[in-house]
Design a protein around this ligand. Structure first.
Ligand code: NDP
Length: 330
């Protein structure tokens, strides 16, 4: 069983010393356990946060523990009443060939209904994040201007499409011309800002002449600061993520333009997807409907080979992924 374990906590970007690669012998399930052959792993910016020894919404990965990763796989042995050999499951499988343990929080997925990687993108945590962060925290109304950063990424691209379905004017912020073109031509965004090649203040002025009603923030940092200056009265800022800050060696710098919230009686609210778990089934049904009708497109960026995990993770921070980054294991 090939595994990547956390060897040391990185300072800044993960390096060659961050993970230890090993081949461990594979056991048999005890009572209440399952053995799952990992098929696809979700590669998430949050993984970087899980490596820090600090208080968060879940405990950090311990040193020498298998690196945490969500994934989909096939049950190949089971001593658990709810899972049988041949079932496909979604859960925290870890960066390894096989998961052996209690299937805590695991749920079944149907490979006949959708290809497995889709259960890690639109029909998984990514889709649920976009859906609930936008609709429950952003509360967009038809005709409003919604700005989304990390817009060509997994969460951002879905959030933008949902905002379009709700009748909003949608502006995406992404790095590079190809990503920006895709957002407009393929996903129906109204406008984009290529933050790598355009000044943010000028870009926001150009694309949001009527100001910003909802800002869905995936990146934090200077982009958040720039958008704050364009907020409308009663605007909502959704703090979904802050990828620009995850590899900081110094403390995260807060937004200096936050008084815009006061002036505009606006609010900024943090979001954690698991808080909405009870409502996932209903949301998945709606998302499934949009996918089936073609109103929603999901794009997966699939890298092959468990051995490529460390560099695949870094792709997120280099902006090299296009859509949901997935590692194919088997
Ligand atoms: P993405 O697919 O969006 O990949 C990350 C993207 O971030 C990259 O492709 C890159 O795009 C962009 N990026 C990287 N570095 C920077 C930077 N310094 N400044 C601006 N943009 C940068 O990942 P996800 O969709 O999986 O995650 C998006 C966000 O949502 C993350 O912040 C993540 O932590 C958060 N999240 C939060 C959840 C929650 O419950 N709160 C749940 C799931 C995700 P580009 O080429 O455009 O720079």
């Amino acid at each position: 069983n090939r595994q990547f374990r956390l060897a040391q906590r990185p300072v800044g970007l993960p390096t060659d010393d961050t993970f230890r690669y090993l081949e461990a012998p594979l056991g048999e399930p005890d009572e209440g356990q399952v053995l799952v052959r990992v098929r696809y792993l979700s590669i998430d910016p949050a993984m970087r946060g899980w490596m820090n020894d600090s208080k968060s919404y879940i405990p950090p990965v311990a040193i020498d523990e298998v690196m945490r990763a969500l994934g989909v796989g096939e049950v190949i042995a089971s001593r658990h009443p709810q899972f049988a050999v041949g079932d496909f499951v979604n859960g925290a499988l870890g960066v390894q060939d096989y998961f052996l343990g209690e299937p805590k929080g695991f749920y079944k997925v149907d490979p006949q209904r959708a290809p497995l990687p889709l259960y890690l993108s639109a029909l998984g945590m990514t889709g649920m994040t976009a859906y609930f962060a936008l609709l429950e925290v952003g509360t967009p109304e038809a005709g409003e201007t919604v700005v989304i950063s990390g817009a060509a990424g997994a969460v951002g691209s879905i959030a933008g499409q949902i905002a379009k379905l709700k009748g909003c004017r949608v502006v995406g912020i992404a790095g590079g011309e190809e990503k920006c073109r895709y957002l407009v031509d393929e996903l129906g965004f109204d406008a984009t800002i290529d933050y790598k090649h355009e000044d943010m203040a000028a870009g926001l002025k150009r694309t949001c002449p009527k100001g910003v009603d909802v800002y869905f923030d995936n990146v934090g940092g200077d982009i958040l600061d720039a958008v704050l200056t364009r907020l409308n009265f009663k605007a909502r800022v959704v703090i979904c993520g802050a990828i620009s800050q995850y590899n900081n060696k110094e403390a995260v710098k807060g937004p200096s333009n936050y008084l815009s919230l006061l002036v505009n009686r606006a609010r900024m609210e943090g979001f954690v997807v698991m808080d909405h778990a009870a409502q996932f089934p209903k949301a998945l049904q709606e998302m499934g409907g949009w996918l089936a009708s073609g109103e929603l497109k999901s794009r997966e960026d699939i890298v092959e080979g468990l051995e490529n995990f460390p560099d695949t993770l870094l792709k997120l921070f280099r902006g090299e992924n296009f859509g949901k980054l997935v590692l194919k294991v088997h």
